[in-house]
Design a protein. Structure first.
Length: 443
């Protein structure tokens, strides 16, 4: 049992040789000089007491990682963390291409060199109020047809054209060219959604984002591009102070960038929706000609843009992404796994295997085999050799049979059974080397 610092101090002073040159009083010069040593000694004894607790699987804390490494944990069939998400989601892979992750599939971050990291993307549930982020329904031409639900608001003297753009990252790009000489100083705008389709509430925070690049022409005679985010009443009115203008940083030619702007609506009780747009300030009499490439507009509640949220292809409409959930094993769970691994190493029996499978959610039965012996065998008993003394047949109700089909190769059994891979992995990981497990053979 560890001593306190004061008791250790007294013990150190007691080791001094007798004599007036080395007084043993705690408050003497020598006593004060030795107090730090005594304190470190007390701390070392505390650490030794803590290490004693690490020998018991029920109280391991400091050496959890070391115990797990020694016992081959976490089990590769049952990792120390689980992930879930109740919807598909999107991410950018190692080559920068937009990919869709299936329901329950974790998304990972990628390093600059394209290699996958161990960092999992974790985001809350989110919604995209813009119904057509894929820019579907567009047709190139002058003026052409803008994507369904989009619109371009011009001033006199200006015209627009929809052009085809091949941009990076595998995004559904669409180009909008605006050209001519405006007769008035104003701010033409590209609108991704009608305000009436974007309900909002007072004091709510919203973020508008989209990909943007300069695909043609130039920004000459055009003021800084800007996002306009406006809280409106249900009738389209704009309460005083409810509109903000967020200038964007420079838009270089050919460089695709995701821009985002955030606003918090006023606490005005009349606010019922939000209106957003991308504006291009122009001056009367100064000609312009610019082609902007746009992709994946997104309007979502929250203080920052999340990964793209898209409706199914061909079905524009409000879309949502479920929350990412990461469940990490607790210290109690890790201690239990260590204890179970130690108990398993004492020897495996059929009841232990059945109990372990039940803990994983599988109700299995086991048939134990034995070699044929002249004094024990009966008619119709299998004639197994000595190897059958260490063989178990595992039967799981979840297994489904597959019948031999025309076109199967030579050697394929007439009936095969598919047992859950997780169950097979888990049972093979726990079995001793001499035990042979046969999964559902013979039905």
């Amino acid at each position: 049992m560890a001593r306190t610092a004061d008791i250790a101090h007294g013990g150190v002073l007691g080791l001094l040789p007798p004599g007036w040159a080395l007084p043993r009083e705690p408050d003497s010069g020598v006593g004060r000089a030795l107090r730090p040593t005594a304190t470190e000694l007390a701390l070392a004894e505390e650490a030794m007491d803590a290490l004693l607790l690490e020998t018991d699987p029920g109280s391991i804390t400091l050496l959890l990682d070391e115990w797990e490494r020694a016992l081959g944990l976490p089990d590769p069939c049952n990792p120390s963390w689980r992930f879930s998400r109740e919807s598909t989601a999107w991410y950018f892979d190692g080559t920068g291409i937009l990919r869709e992750a299936q329901i329950g599939e974790a998304r990972y971050l990628y390093a600059a060199d394209g290699t996958r990291t161990d960092s999992v993307i974790i985001e809350p549930a989110a919604e995209n109020a813009i119904r057509n982020p894929r820019a579907e329904g567009a047709a190139a031409g002058t003026p052409g047809t803008v994507p369904t639900g989009w619109s371009v608001a011009l001033v006199s003297g200006l015209a627009s054209e929809v052009v085809t753009v091949n941009g990076p990252h595998g995004l559904p790009w669409i180009g909008v060219r605006i050209f001519g000489t405006p007769t008035a100083t104003a701010t033409p705008a590209i609108l991704f959604e009608q305000a009436s389709n974007c309900p909002a509430a007072p004091s709510q925070t919203w973020t508008l984002s989209h990909w943007l690049m300069l695909a043609g022409g130039s920004l000459a005679n055009i003021g800084p591009l800007s996002h306009r985010l406006v809280g409106q009443t249900s009738g389209g009115g704009t309460p005083v102070g409810s509109a903000i203008l967020v200038p964007l940083s420079s838009v270089p030619a050919g460089a695709a960038t995701r821009y985002q702007s955030t606003t918090t609506l006023l606490p005005d009780g009349s606010i019922a929706r939000i209106f957003t747009s991308l504006g291009l300030p122009v001056t009367a009499g100064q000609p312009i000609d610019v082609t902007l490439a746009l992709a994946l507009p997104q309007l979502e509640p929250g203080e920052a843009a999340t990964t793209p949220i898209l409706p199914p292809t061909g079905a524009p409409g409000p879309s949502a992404r479920a929350a990412d959930n990461l469940f990490v094993a607790s210290i109690a769970d890790r201690r239990a796994a260590i204890r179970a691994q130690l108990l398993q190493r004492r020897g495996i029996t059929a009841p232990q295997i059945i109990s372990y499978a039940a803990s994983l959610g599988y109700a299995i039965t086991i048939e134990e085999h034995r070699p044929a012996r002249c004094d024990e065998a009966r008619a119709e008993d299998p004639c197994g050799d000595e190897q059958w003394a260490h063989a178990y047949s595992i039967f799981a109700p979840q297994a489904e049979g597959r019948q031999f089909q025309a076109g199967d190769r030579v050697g394929v059994p007439l009936t095969t059974y598919a047992t859950d891979d997780r169950l097979i992995c888990a049972l093979r990981a726990m079995k001793p080397a001499h035990l042979v497990m046969l999964f559902n053979e013979g039905g």
